[in-house]
Design a protein around this ligand. Sequence first.
Ligand SMILES: Nc1ncnc2c1ncn2[C@@H]1O[C@H](COP(=O)(O)OP(=O)(O)OP(=O)(O)O)[C@@H](O)[C@H]1O
Ligand SMILES: [Mg+2]
Length: 299
Amino acid sequence: MEDQAEKLREMMRKKNTGNSGPLRESPRVGRTKARIITVTSGKGGVGKTNVSVNMALAYARLGKRVVVMDADLGLANVNVMLNMIPKWNLYHVIRKQKTMKEIMVDTEYGISIVAGASGFSKIANLSLEERQSFINELDSLSNADIIIIDSGAGVSDNVLDFVAAADDAVIVTTPEPTAITDAYGIIKIIATEIDSLNMGLKLVVNRVKSYAEARKVADRMTSIAGQFLNLKVEYLGCIFDDPTVSQAVLRQKPFMVIDPKCKASQCVQHIVGRMEKSEARESGGFSGMMKRLFSRSQE
Ligand SMILES: Nc1ncnc2c1ncn2[C@@H]1O[C@H](COP(=O)(O)OP(=O)(O)OP(=O)(O)O)[C@@H](O)[C@H]1O
Ligand SMILES: [Mg+2]
């Protein structure tokens, strides 16, 4: 069965991208059960960390056990956003001074975090083995339902391998043309470098002024991805440009905590609702994957 799946993947990959070179396979050896969601973007500063942390809170409100891993190893900021200064972070795991279990910390918000290794540019590029062991360790130790990985922006091996490890890659953009162009850039690289048929590619449009503006951006992105990359990108939803977000960042608390009813919080809850629906639709293990493959090839 696995052989058959691999053949199909190879066939689809050639059809989709013309790329017959090696693709990044998911490194989830011996995975347990957590759903891994990697949040990424083309351009920096578009809202990845806010999306990661507040999605985690929205999941926690649904009763899920959630861990957020800050995998932005140059400029880690999940802990800053939560006003926490964990004693240990991924740097110590990389240096083999601590285990993943020892650096994982609970927060007052009902989620756990793994702090990134801010300010250590020398270790910004992990080895493939290190990235794989992070994810596997996290999965087996955390007992989590959901692992959200706040990856860095742009294209690096770190980001791509964390995307490859995910069940879902959530690409964040704003309506700015530069952000859209860079988001398309990362989608294109995902299409050519990652065996993405087995994962959900999702789009969140952040800092919008209206639903119409968001829809326009999403339509453009999803149709270009479909047309030129033969890639299905699902529009998950938008987040309004909301002054509560910057207030929350200044107060070092998630906006979902500052005001669970503000526009941004409502949007994030809606996005998590969509994620839940798409999980129900997409799950089904191997047969689900085969169905997805066949439905794609008939499109
Ligand atoms: N929906 C929003 N409404 C208003 N301001 C926002 C919104 N989303 C993000 N911002 C602003 O953008 C800033 C950057 O957000 P964030 O740190 O989440 O981006 P990022 O993609 O993680 O950045 P980096 O690439 O540097 O890691 C926030 O500090 C906040 O001021
Ligand atoms: Mg960030």
